[in-house]
Design a protein. Structure first.
Length: 199
């Protein structure tokens, strides 16, 4: 019986398991998220989180300690420069495991493991869903009644507009004969003046 034995050996020897977790830690540090089996993701979490905690104190000793686990200079540089700044205020829980659909070939449980601070969707709160306010049943009727009133007012305004223009047309019709009479009076006077000038 394996009571009290919490380490998942992952079906590998100790040296193979250490190499596997080291390579996966390098991939996680460089790419910020990787897809693997659920068992490996859980094993990787216990392996990489203490290393991220170590990176918060940027000393030669902590760098050498992390390098003994990771064995990749580029990954150590990224861990101590970029990641340590992002997780400075976080007291732990640097990774997140999200279960995915089982793998088609062998039906293994697959999971995505990622660094929490590098997921922009969760950090910003994702797409904000508008909160719907509860309404009574009569709300739609009231809204439609208001729309009907606005339409009635608009049609009434349109109907009154031509009525206002009609008196103006009548006035112009009354003014037209007056103008003709004035022109008729002005023309004989002008012709009389021309006759005098001709004499």
């Amino acid at each position: 019986m394996r009571h009290g034995k919490k380490i998942n050996h992952l079906g590998r020897t100790a040296s193979h398991r250490k190499a596997l977790l080291s390579n996966m830690a390098v991939s996680l540090i460089k790419h910020k998220r990787i897809v693997t089996t659920l068992a490996k993701a859980k094993a990787l979490r216990t392996y990489v989180e203490p290393l991220i905690t170590k990176s918060k104190s940027d000393t030669t000793h902590s760098r050498r300690t992390v390098f003994s686990y990771v064995k990749d200079k580029e990954a150590v540089t990224i861990l101590f420069r970029e990641i340590s700044e992002k997780v400075a205020n976080r007291p732990g829980g640097y990774t997140r495991i999200i279960k995915l659909a089982n793998r088609p070939g062998d039906n293994a449980e697959v999971a995505l493991i990622e660094l929490v601070d590098y997921n922009e969707v969760y950090a910003t709160g994702g797409a904000k869903v508008e909160k719907k306010s509860t309404r009574r049943r009569g709300a739609k009727k009231k809204a439609s009644a208001k729309a009907d009133e606005q339409e009635v007012v608009a049609t009434a305004e349109e109907a009154t507009a031509p009525v206002e223009e009609a008196p103006a047309a009548e006035e112009t019709a009354e003014e037209a004969p007056k103008q003709k009479k004035a022109k008729a009076k002005a023309e004989p006077e002008a012709s009389a003046e021309e006759a005098k000038d001709a004499e």
